[in-house]
Each structure stands twice: as C-alpha cells, then as structure tokens.
Design a protein around this ligand. Structure first.
Ligand code: GRF
Length: 207
C-alpha cells in the first residue's frame, strides 16, 4: 500500500480529487496518510479533516528563517513515513534536502503544458494570464517528478485543454482544473501505486 502525503497551500481542489478517486477505487493500493499546508486557515485542511486524514500546517511565519522552516517541513513530512509526496497547489519551494531524500518520489501538478508557462513566477492564476496574453489556442496541465529546478523534472502525464475566445484567466483556470488537473493527478498516483511508472534515462516510461 503506497503511503501518500499531500502538500497544499490553498483551496485543495486537487487534494479533493485525490480523496474522491481513492474513495471511488480509481486510485488503488494507495492511502493518504497525511496532509501538510504552509497556511493555517485554508480549505484544503478542512477537506483533509472531513476525510479523516491527519492534517497539519507548517508555516514559514512560525520560523526565524527559511532554513529552520525547511528543516521543520522535512521533519514533518518524515513523520508520516511517506512513499510518495504529492504537491497539490503547494506554493512553497521544496527544500533541496527533501528533493534529495525523496528522489523520484515527489510529484507536482502544474497548470500548463510544460515547458510552456512554467518556472519561477509561474503559479496559480498567473499561469493562465500569461497563456491568454500570449494568445495560445491550447493549454493544459502537467504532472511531473520534482527535481532541484522549478518545474524541470521528468514529465509523467499531460492533458491538453482548448482555450476559448472569451476566456478570462479565472474561467480558464477552472476548465484546466476540471478537464485536466483533477484527472491526470489521480491517474499518476494510481500508476505509481501500481508500479506502472519507471524513469529511464531521465524520461518517464509507462511499464
Ligand atoms: C491550481 O491552479 C493548481 O493547478 C495549482 O494551484 C491551484 C490551486 O490548486 N497547482 P488547489 O485547488 O489548491 O488544488
């Protein structure tokens, strides 16, 4: 049984998609053993508690500096002894020590087709604003392994979403979540939990 910890920052709709997928047996061989938020009062913590999942917050505001926060975050993750760490709308940089310790065992959902509209400064609504500004006709979402760089790890799954002419960033964000994020993130966890994913020469292969 794959022990999964989910890191969140906000609304937790991706967390909810994972919770619902496990309940519906769309994710098998996996259990959510913990949810960690960097914010104390967010809906994602309520979603976890409603599902009976241990939920805690580790906020940078509670630490003298980033290094002590990073140590506390890693320690909290380790308390849950996870096999997989899922970043679901988590907006804090992952400490290098954590990336090293959980190599190819941290995955992230990004709301664009990487390598478009990703990297430093590209998160949440801003990603969709930039896609609309550039005038692309297709966007989507990506699940990838987390490495030292931002949004640079091996890509596990992507799903395209059409942009419509009168889209606002908010409308587009919702469509990308509904038509892509909430589908490919649970599927990636199910594939990992059932041994269907391998990283070969830095590329993900479905085995
Ligand atoms: C979503 O746009 C997601 O793509 C990004 O964070 C936003 C909020 O996600 N990673 P959630 O509702 O907190 O899961």
């Amino acid at each position: 049984m794959l022990r999964v910890v989910v890191l969140v920052s906000g609304g937790g709709t991706n967390l909810q998609a994972i919770i619902d997928a496990i309940k519906a047996d769309k994710i098998t061989n996996a259990e959510l053993v913990g949810v960690i938020s960097n914010n104390k009062t967010v809906k994602s913590l309520d979603r976890a508690k409603a599902a009976g999942i241990p939920a805690v917050s580790v906020s940078p505001k509670d630490f003298a500096d980033r290094a002590t926060f990073n140590d506390a975050l890693l320690a909290k993750v380790e308390e849950f002894t996870p096999d997989l760490v899922v970043l679901a709308g988590f907006l804090v940089a992952i400490p290098e020590a954590m990336v090293k310790k959980y190599s190819n065992r941290i995955i992230n959902i990004h709301p664009s087709l990487i390598p478009s509209f990703c990297g430093v400064g590209y998160y949440g609504l801003k990603v969709h604003e930039k896609a609309l500004e550039r005038g692309v006709k297709v966007t989507g979402a990506t699940v990838h392994f987390v490495t030292e760089g931002m949004d640079e790890g091996p890509i596990i799954a992507q799903k395209p979403v059409m942009i419509e002419e009168d889209d606002t960033a908010e409308v587009l964000q919702q469509r990308v979540m509904e038509q892509a994020e909430w589908i490919i993130l649970p599927k990636a966890i199910d594939d990992i939990a059932n041994g269907r994913i391998a990283v070969v020469d830095g590329k993900v292969r479905h085995v």
